[in-house]
Design a protein around this ligand. Structure first.
Ligand SMILES: Nc1ncnc2c1ncn2[C@@H]1O[C@H](COP(=O)(O)OP(=O)(O)OP(=O)(O)O)[C@@H](O)[C@H]1O
Ligand SMILES: [Mg+2]
Length: 212
């Protein structure tokens, strides 16, 4: 941010409009990234102090929320194709829309980050009388079975070279699990040795009990 801002404001240079725009775009994206980082850090320390996530409950159509997220992410990559499969009568549930969007966004962003050659990112939804179930799967590098639980730890990042060279703080899944559990649900990760990629599964109660 500083680099680009400093360059663009130099008084001895006249930038054409395209250069200016590109620079400003990068500044905007990086500022968003910083804001997100700070929000995540604050949320993580709050969880530590208060022991849980506070939710603002409203009605949510998760299928619509997910389609909107996918549309945003689709503009950031042309190596990945997205497939969203929900039954047309998928139920509206009670939950915190902002927090659940944060969970979905992190899962989609991980699916993209950790499948560097691209492939399909598939998001499905199912439901029964009491629960809804979401699955986000990618065709990326996968996770080792011994890491399937550890990736939900605070600041945990895999030690493979891709994860080390990819930007991230290792907070996304820690917060995702805290958010889903605050809703009374579960989130787990599975990788299959015979098949590439990872699947994240989420269950959420259709009628959540407010934690007391
Ligand atoms: N879809 C995936 N495929 C393979 N590995 C994954 C996937 N999602 C997460 N991981 C591994 O789990 C680690 C933790 O993920 P998490 O989302 O918590 O952190 P992050 O993406 O590194 O950073 P951020 O805090 O920005 O989300 C990642 O660093 C990566 O090693
Ligand atoms: Mg992440």
């Amino acid at each position: 941010i500083k680099g680009y801002a400093g360059t663009l404001r130099r008084e001895d240079a006249e930038w054409d409009i395209d250069t200016m725009r590109r620079g400003l775009n990068i500044i905007e994206e990086e500022a968003d990234r910083l804001t997100e980082l700070i929000e995540n850090l604050l949320m993580a320390s709050k969880i530590q102090v208060e022991g849980m996530v506070r939710l603002e409950i409203d009605e949510i159509a998760l299928d619509k929320l997910i389609r909107a997220s996918v549309e945003r992410f689709q503009t950031q990559t042309n190596k990945h194709t997205f497939k969203v499969e929900f039954p047309s009568d998928f139920p509206v549930i009670l939950g915190d829309p902002r927090r659940l969007r944060q969970v979905i966004d992190n899962l989609i962003s991980n699916a993209i980050k950790y499948s560097p050659v691209g492939g399909e990112v598939k998001i499905t939804g199912e439901y029964d009388e009491d629960w809804i179930e979401l699955a986000v799967s990618d065709q990326g590098i996968g996770i080792r079975p011994d890491e399937a639980e550890r990736i939900f730890e605070r600041f945990y990042r895999s030690d493979d070279s891709l994860s080390r060279s990819t930007p991230g703080t290792g907070l996304g899944l820690f917060l995702a699990r805290a958010i889903i559990e605050a809703h009374g649900g579960t989130i787990t990760a599975t990788s299959y040795p015979d098949r590439k990629g990872t699947t994240f599964s989420i269950t959420l109660p259709r009628q959540m009990q407010q934690p007391t």
